[in-house]
Design a protein. Structure first.
Lengths: 751, 132
């Protein structure tokens, strides 16, 4: 027992084993003693003090014999060669191997004793067994103890390996332990701190309490966690208190975790979060905000972050719930939405156009747990953009709906833009864009156009330039053209806007109107004059007749009276013609086949045409019926034919008169084209008394009368000189008889 | 119109005409042929004379200044002087007026257009009023 306690208390196993071997040697009156112990596969032989001088061979022999021994006590003779290695062996002796077994019968070691006396008495055997069992107990204790020691050492190592600072103190505020991290922070070995007062650690950090320990706050609590800070570092202090059996055993353990970096990161993050100009938010899928930054609060027009977080803003924020649902579906599907455009409603009700980048945070089941996003206020851009768009649309509409052709030229005169009207007018993009506009201008007018372009390029506007321009179908039209300079930011003219309007029809219409007005005025004048002339004429004619009937009048006077009579007659004819021009006699409304009227008219002059070699070419479209007066129409055609005949006669070359009839829309067009001398002034040809013929050859009223007749038929008469070659063209247009008129006429015939 | 010459009933011819030169020439021409001529310078004056005179016939200008024109004189006679119904000659100075034309065509009244020959007039007067 005494041995066992001794052994258990001994912290050095070899010492114990050597002392044990010595005691056993003495108690059994042996020469030498040793203990072989088995550790894993190795066997160590611990000889009694002073007995270690055995040779290698002898030790090996002892060990192997010890290992081989099967019984509790075995006796073996020592071979001579081994005995040689045992200097203390004065005479041949024996070895006793005594088994040392643990309580579970596991062999822990073997006690080896060498002595001369070979036999063991019963008393000696009992003693040996008792020694073996004591040794076993000690060895077992020792093993447990060393295991404990090992694990304790391991634990300390582990504690030391932790980078967090760990300090344990007792109730008297003295340090019991620290780990290596803490000690090395202070630049001392850990043991140096043991026994020191906790207050000496104040330099590390402080919680601000009045207790002697800088890390303790409430000693009544078994666990505490708070942040302690020094000037440079921030620690999260986790404290636990383990009450012992007595108050003295109470231990307080502080673990200090350096969270300076994390804190810094958090601080920086928050700072960034709040200072960023874009709105940042964390929200639930339902649209409630979990966290927002200041910019976000500002954008949505709330007073504070708290107000925005508190309020259930969702119904107010999303003006169109369907859009919100669509957004959630898209986010569920894709997880991330880039440049997502959403219109939100601010607190004051105004709309906020946003551009958002959104990430969905999902839970374990894959459902969206949180929405994180960054939001840009694009209201201004949006407003500006839509305003710009509206303006652009408006301009586009003007450009496209105007009846004028609008083109943009560069300063070299090349077309860079043409509005829709240009294409509607038949021009092809390929023949406009990139081409010089001047190419379309009639050759004789190009100089004028170039001059205008030059003027505009110098920054001056040119208005209502009237030029002849080739239309898309090749015909020439009369165009009113305005050129305006367009300037860049430097006020330099970089392009020219050209507005072109085809005023051919307008000019024509205006001329026609002016003409018909003029003719109506002349008609009224002529009618009045003719009327007034008639009375004196009647008197002159009457008295002349009376004189001629008077037998007293001498023969020579009668001759003069005949001349008066003749001239009066001529005057009467003129007045008659004037009146028939002015009169606009009501037109007989009967169905007239225009072609047959023309053929009859040609027949009237066919003899003259044939005898003077004038060729008449008829090109008639059939079935052209008008409602009118065939006599009057014949008068018109005859008049024109007479004019044409006179013109080709005068020209002296082989005369040709082409007569075309065509239906054009609701009008019948009769064109009489001659290759004669042409007309000096086509604008005046229908004026009364305008004549190019010799005095006495005509009254100058023929075409004026034609004009009146055609007008009375609801038609028009025009004439111009032919562009190609010589001669002139007369065109008579009268309305086509309507279906109703035709069927009415048919009924008339049937009756 | 009756192709035959009208019977001479006696009395002067009432000439409704405002133009002095025309009156002078007509009077000279008619008187030379043995007709008596009474002149009324306007339509109104003509109707006044017609209300109680006896006339061989009436020659009236169609267009006259004043309220009553030739057509109205003609209408009045048709209504109030059945004896003179067929004894009217109208002188038209202006056939441009479509109303005049329509009236002449409709009534079938003999008419003569200014300026006319004396022979034309006398022939028409003899035929319409008869010879004195």
């Amino acid at each position: 027992m005494e041995l066992a306690v001794e052994a258990a208390q001994s912290r050095h196993l070899p010492d114990f084993l050597e002392q044990f071997a010595l005691r056993a040697t003495r108690m059994l009156d042996a020469m030498w003693g040793g203990v072989a112990v088995y550790r894993a596969r190795e066997t160590e032989l611990h000889a009694m003090p002073g007995g270690s001088a055995t040779t290698e061979g002898a030790a090996d022999w002892l060990i192997s014999c010890a290992r081989d021994s099967q019984n509790d006590v075995e006796t073996r003779a020592i071979p001579k060669e081994i005995a040689a290695g045992l200097p203390f062996l004065e005479e041949p002796g024996v070895v006793f191997f005594v088994r040392i077994a643990a309580s579970d019968n596991e062999r822990l070691g073997t006690l080896c004793l060498i002595r001369n006396r070979k036999t063991l008495g019963a008393e000696e055997k009992r003693l040996l067994r008792a020694l073996a069992s004591h040794a076993a107990l000690s060895l077992e204790n020792f093993q447990r103890f060393s295991q404990l020691e090992r694990s304790k050492r391991q634990w300390v190592e582990d504690i030391d390996a932790i980078s967090d600072y760990i300090v344990v103190h007792d109730r008297a505020w003295n340090i019991v332990r620290t780990n290596r991290s803490l000690a090395s922070h202070l630049g001392v070995p850990p043991v140096a701190l043991v026994g020191e007062a906790m207050s000496s650690l104040r330099q590390i950090a402080e919680t601000g309490s009045d207790l002697p320990c800088p890390f303790c706050r409430d000693t009544q609590r078994t666990k505490e966690e708070y942040v302690a800070a020094s000037a440079e570092r921030i620690f999260l202090v986790s404290t636990s208190r383990t009450p012992g059996a007595s108050d003295d055993d109470t231990r307080t353990i502080h673990v200090l975790k350096d969270i300076t970096d994390r804190r810094e990161a958090e601080r920086r993050y928050r700072e960034l979060f709040d200072s960023i100009q874009e709105g940042l938010f964390f929200a639930t899928p339902e649209g409630r905000f979990l966290d927002v930054n200041d910019a976000m609060v500002r954008m949505l027009g709330y007073a504070s972050r708290e107000e925005l977080l508190r309020a259930d803003v969702s119904p107010h924020l999303y003006p169109v719930p369907e859009v919100r649902e669509r957004f959630l579906r898209a986010l569920t599907e894709r997880g991330v939405l880039r440049n997502y455009e959403e219109t939100l409603r601010r607190k004051d009700g105004t709309l906020l156009h946003t551009l958002q980048n959104i990430t969905a945070v999902r839970d374990a089941r894959g459902r969206i747990a949180q929405i994180r996003g960054l939001m840009l206020d694009v209201t201004e851009q949006k407003t500006f953009q839509s305003q710009l768009q509206r303006e652009r649309d408006f301009n586009q509409k003007i450009l496209n709906t105007t009846q004028s052709m609008i083109l943009v030229l560069d300063t070299a005169g090349l077309i860079s833009y043409a509005n829709r009207r240009c294409y509607e007018a038949g021009y092809q993009e390929g023949e406009l864009i990139g081409h010089r506009l001047v190419e379309w201008v009639e050759a004789s007018h190009r100089k004028d156009f170039d001059a205008a372009l030059e003027t505009t390029a110098h920054g001056h506007q040119v208005e209502n330039l009237e030029l002849r321009v080739r239309r898309s179908d090749g015909s020439m039209g009369h165009f009113s053209i305005s050129l305006s300079p367009m300037r860049d930011e430097q006020k330099t003219v970089n392009s020219v806007v050209v507005v072109m309007t085809d005023i051919t029809d307008a000019a024509l219409l205006q001329a026609k109107l002016a003409h018909s007005e003029k003719m109506a005025t002349i008609g009224r004048l002529v009618s009045g004059v003719a009327h007034e002339v008639n009375n004196p004429l009647a008197a002159i004619l009457g008295f002349t007749d009376l004189l001629l009937e008077n037998p007293e009048v001498p023969g020579s006077a009668r001759e003069d009276l005949q001349i008066i009579l003749q001239e009066t007659q001529r005057t009467k004819d003129i007045v008659q013609d004037l009146l028939s021009f002015a009169r606009q006699r009501p037109v007989q409304r009967e169905l007239v086949q225009v072609n047959s009227v023309l053929r009859q008219t040609i027949k009237l002059r066919s003899y003259d045409f044939a005898s003077h070699g004038v060729e008449v070419i008829e090109d008639f479209e059939e079935k052209l019926a008008a409602l009118g007066d065939s006599q009057q129409l014949q008068q018109v055609f005859l008049n024109i034919l007479n004019n044409a005949y006179d013109a080709v006669q005068e020209a002296g070359q082989r005369g040709s008169i082409k007569i075309h009839t065509r239906r054009k829309a609701e009008m019948i067009e009769v064109a009489i084209i001659d290759n004669g001398t042409g007309i000096t002034d086509p604008q005046r040809i229908f004026d009364p008394f305008y004549t190019t013929k010799q005095v006495g050859k005509g009254t100058g009223l023929g075409l004026s009368i034609c004009y009146g007749i055609v007008r009375a038929h609801g038609g028009e008469i025009q004439c111009w000189n032919n562009e190609m070659g010589s001669g002139s063209t007369f065109v008579v247009r009268i309305p086509v008889a309507t279906e109703a008129a035709l069927s009415a006429a048919a009924r008339e015939v049937g009756r | 119109m009756n192709e035959q010459q009208a019977l001479w009933t006696g009395g002067p011819i009432l000439l409704i005409e405002d133009e002095p030169s025309v009156i002078a020439f007509l009077r000279a021409a008619l008187e030379r042929k043995g007709y008596a001529v009474v002149n009324a310078a306007s339509g109104a004056e003509g109707l006044q004379r017609l209300s109680n005179g006896r006339y061989a016939g009436v020659i009236s200008d169609i267009r006259m200044p004043g309220a009553v024109n030739g057509a109205e004189v003609h209408g009045w006679i048709q209504k109030n002087r059945p004896d003179l119904r067929t004894r009217i000659i109208l002188i038209s100075g202006d056939t441009a007026n479509s109303e005049t034309q329509a009236f002449l065509a409709h009534s079938g009244t003999p008419s003569i257009e200014k300026p006319f020959r004396v022979q034309q007039l006398i022939a028409m007067v003899e035929k319409t009023f008869g010879k004195p």
